[in-house]
Design a protein around this ligand. Sequence first.
Ligand code: 0X9
Ligand code: ZN
Length: 299
Amino acid sequence: KITFTQFYRFDHINSYLDELAQNYPNKVTVKSIGNSYQERNMKIVQISTNPNANKPIIFIDAGIHAREWISPAMALYIINQLVETETNNLLDKVDWHILPVLNPDGYEYTHDFDRFWRKTVSFNERCNGTDANRNFGFHWGEGGSSDYPCSEIYRGAYAFSEIETQNVKTYIENLSHRIKLYLTLHSFGNYLLYPWGYTSDLPEDHVELQSLAESVNEAIVQAGGDPYDIGTSTNVLYIAAGGSDDWAKGSAGIQLSYTIELPGGQMSGFVPEPEEILPIVNVTFPGIKVYGNYIAGKF
Ligand code: 0X9
Ligand code: ZN
């Protein structure tokens, strides 16, 4: 069972997903998008009341960065709420495809060896690991990414050099005509970011991206959460090319694309206490609902 009172290991997360598929066969399908570098099975949950209806899809991934533990926890909570509670019609008009751990090898590595590991764990000559969020193939290799394998922001030898980002690319491309919203969960700092991350130029639809993020923020603040800073990745945070959000919008053609930097803990950002999981995911979920209702209303 799942209680959100601890950070779960990867195997536990996968078992929970399989359990959901068993218990809710008319709502939940679990698929594999492929294996990770160390051959962990990357499972994605498809939540749908009618998979044949070709509804718009909201795609959510989490755990690109290994140490950002609240991110997979948030993804699991979203899954849990959509499936196990009667979430007022969030499934009527939208299907949800959620990948809770994009970088499972890194995630397990932070549990076993190095709590602050960020990258994948794939072999490089000097230092292992690639920053999966510098590895996506839209303006890959440009500002805010490094070609030095020991860097925390190493972009990889080429775009989609990592099997994990490749698996996500293939999955999204096969459904890109239906995916209307891309969300990627990170931590920390309370930022709602939209493209671009490779340039300070604004996308031509920045007014819509900004105002939707503002509605999301309002719902979170309403629920008692701390407010988010909103804007493009480059202008609010820093320049960083090769991110999944830029690729989703720029290459896969998913117009609405966001990085959500979830809150950190009281003491230190990447290491919230287990007791802080529930308060964080609770106040954030109303924001996810705003996204869901927006997509339901627009398409
Ligand atoms: O630097 C990142 O990858 C993200 N911040 S984090 O602290 N979680 O590492 C921000 C990514 C924003 N999006 C792009 N730059 N494309
Ligand atoms: Zn991150």
